[in-house]
Design a protein around this ligand. Structure first.
Ligand code: COA
Length: 335
């Protein structure tokens, strides 16, 4: 049995900054409301035609590959997490294989929304632990802005989400005391519709329904979120899954050097920070600048933290996420 370790990190966000004031020109909202409830000051939106979920992922991946000090031909497998793929099918993993000019390695797409990166890391970690692969490219990328309701009707959701991508290279680590110590994953489909995008699908709203109805009031192809219900579940599940991960490794909250939570809402991160009595330098947040970038949020935040020198060799780094599904999970890393 091997461990896996993160040997390279990269992120890419579009240049186009969208402030809260800019959103208030499109819908009935304001900077004070958004900052007070979410902590978000601005987010990035792609300029249509300049970027897609895949191209952002590829840009982040190139940086991660270079920092890992490997050649692209050393990559054995691709794992791509997103809820906003370029195409309904095929998924973006194969587009990365094509656009990076990789060998015909396997590519898998992960559909676990805000927990997507944690699920992707967990999957990659198992392939490395088993000895099957040595270097895996893991990407989380989202293009939300093309699918949000930018009118007052959609304001409860649209102000929160932003575009961007993050990537990591997971490589074989022979020292079992280092690297990814464990991953912990959960789901509770009972609440699937509480944070969801129902159409297009082959369930309640078929593609043919949407075309036939051509109804401008049809909200089923915009994301829906029961905000308060999501918030209440998030704070409980974040706490549980962090404790589960620490407990599995005989560790305690005070052992954490850096917690990188999925950037769902600054108020959720602050709640977790208080609950575990962590200092400001033990929790990394950047939602203020990028909003919630779903599967991209943890790799973007982890990359920034690493670039700022906040992740050092020997540190205990904890990743944790909660989101649509509901799904949630944690990753415990000895850096
Ligand atoms: N600007 C101004 N007002 C808004 C608004 C906006 N962008 N969005 C909603 N409102 C209004 C609502 O219409 C409502 O008005 P009403 O009282 O007249 O009906 C009022 O603000 C309160 O809405 P509510 O949904 O109860 O607000 P809230 O305090 O729960 O905050 C969220 C909303 C979305 C910020 C909050 O619930 C949240 O962060 N939830 C978790 C979201 C999350 O983390 N999602 C990602 C999970 S991965």
């Amino acid at each position: 049995m091997y461990n896996s370790k993160i040997t390279g990190l990269g992120y890419y966000v579009p240049d186009n900054v969208v402030t809260n004031d800019a959103l208030s020109e499109l819908m009935d909202t304001d900077d004070e409301w958004i900052q007070e409830r979410t902590g978000i000051k601005e987010r990035r939106h792609v300029v249509r035609g300049e970027d897609t979920t895949t191209t952002m992922g590829v840009k982040a991946a190139k940086i991660a590959i270079e920092r890992a000090g490997i050649n692209k031909d050393d990559i054995d497998f691709i794992v791509f997490a997103t809820l906003s793929p370029d195409y309904y099918f095929p998924g973006p993993g194969v587009l990365v294989q094509r656009d990076l000019g990789l060998k015909t390695v396997g590519a898998v797409d992960i559909r676990n929304q805000c927990s997507g990166f944690v699920y992707a890391v967990s999957l990659a970690d198992q392939y490395i632990k088993s000895g099957m692969y040595k270097n895996i490219l893991v990407i989380g990328s989202e293009l939300h802005s093309g699918g949000l309701d930018m009118t007052t009707r959609g304001r409860g959701v649209s102000v929160i989400f932003g575009d961007g991508a993050g990537a990591a290279i997971l490589s074989r680590e022979e020292d079992n005391s280092k690297g990814i110590l464990s991953t912990h994953l959960h789901s509770e489909g009972q609440h699937a519709e509480e944070l969801s995008l129902i159409a297009p699908g082959m369930g309640k709203r078929w593609v043919t329904d949407i075309i036939e109805d051509n109804d401008p009031d049809d909200e089923s192809y915009f994301p829906y979120m029961n905000g308060q219900f999501v918030f209440k579940n998030a704070v409980v599940r974040f706490s549980e899954v962090i404790m589960e991960g620490l407990g599995a490794n005989n560790l305690k909250p005070e052992d954490i050097d850096l917690l990188v939570p999925h950037q769902a809402n600054l108020r959720i991160s602050q709640f977790i920070q208080r609950k575990f009595r962590l200092g400001d330098d033990q929790v990394y947040n950047n939602i203020m600048k990028y909003g919630n970038t779903t599967a991209a949020s943890i790799p973007i935040a982890l990359t920034e933290a690493w670039e700022e020198g906040k992740v050092k060799e020997g540190d205990l780094v904890v990743l944790a996420a909660f989101g649509s599904g509901f799904t949630w999970g944690s990753v415990i890393i000895r850096w």
